[in-house]
Design a protein around this ligand. Structure first.
Ligand code: COA
Length: 275
């Protein structure tokens, strides 16, 4: 019988953790190559607590990693990857059961996560340990949209956008769309405003640009203002491939469809467990 144990990730180096994560996500739905820089950005942006995150050991050999982010009474399983040779033998289930117990003993009230809908093992595992689906999260894409717009976008501080999202956004937004995460974005990402509509984009100087936040203040909703904003964005930065990663609530799909974007095949489930 092999023995399983957990150790705080804070006992390991960043290069070691980055390599273990890359191996844990081998054969994933999208290629995953975690460099030290990517890992450090993820830790800072998402609020991952390296003292609560765990390296998973099997007979004293590191076979997986679970990153746990924390905010107030809530924690988020930010990533869990197990090396391919240690998968499908109950390791993931055992690790999740321990992580849930640890969250309870820290006095937390809820644990959240997102999992790719097409990831059968992941969805099955999280449902088995008690997580339930909150909503589907979807992504979009459009290449080189041809748009003309007479509207001028005002560039604003990302912190101002983050305040608006915290105040006007949905209470149970996925972690990565929350005002708290938006607040951690920095240049070369940029935020823009058009009347009561706001957005955050990744560096628009390169070909592939990601839209990381879209918000319309409650009083101006239902008038197509987000479409006006996005068309102005497409006109200001022509010849780009625009991406919306699958972290947006399906309820928001109309705002991307109205500007001609196409839905990505990969979608996610936003899930939660009351502790
Ligand atoms: C997802 C992952 C963490 C699960 O860990 P694991 O050790 O393989 O999980 P378990 O062995 O405890 O299996 C959990 C359930 O999924 C099922 N399962 C495992 N692999 C499967 C597969 N390839 N296809 C279908 N079901 C699968 C198991 O049968 C089990 O269900 P059961 O208890 O009803 O039999 C692991 O497979 C992994 O690291 N995958 C790559 C990275 C990833 O997808 N991470 C999660 C993203 S959030």
């Amino acid at each position: 019988m092999s023995s399983l144990s957990l150790k705080p990730t804070s006992e390991f180096t960043i290069p070691f953790l980055a390599d273990l994560m890359t191996r844990g996500f081998e054969g994933y739905f999208v290629p995953v190559q975690i460099t030290e820089a990517i890992l450090l950005t993820m830790l800072r942006r998402d609020g991952v607590d390296l003292t609560a995150s765990r390296v998973l050991l099997k007979d004293n050999e590191a076979v997986g990693v679970a990153l746990v982010a924390r905010r107030g009474w809530t924690s988020r399983l930010a990533a869990m990857g197990i090396v391919s040779t240690a998968r499908n033998g109950g390791t993931g289930t055992w690790a999740m059961e321990q992580l849930i117990q640890e969250a309870r003993s820290r006095g937390e009230k809820e644990m959240v996560l997102e999992v790719i809908e097409q990831n059968t093992a992941g969805v099955k595992l999280y449902e088995k340990v008690g997580f339930t689906k909150i909503r589907r999260l979807v992504g979009y894409k459009i290449e080189n949209p041809q748009t003309e717009s007479a509207h001028d976008l005002e560039e604003i501080d990302i912190r101002d956008l983050a305040r608006q999202v915290t105040y006007h956004g949905m209470k149970d937004l996925p972690w990565q769309l929350s005002g708290t995460t938006i607040m951690q974005h920095t240049p070369p990402s940029r935020a823009f405003r058009l009347n009561d509509a706001y957005c955050l984009i990744s560096n628009p100087e390169v070909t592939d640009v990601s839209i990381s936040s879209v918000l319309v203040k409650a009083r101006s909703r239902g008038a197509g203002l987000s479409g006006v904003l996005m068309r102005a964005l497409f006109a200001r930065f022509p010849n780009k491939v625009w991406h919306v990663s699958p972290i947006f609530p399906e309820e928001m799909s109309v705002i991307f469809e109205q500007v001609g974007m196409t839905r990505e095949t990969l979608s996610q489930w936003q899930m939660a467990l009351k502790l």
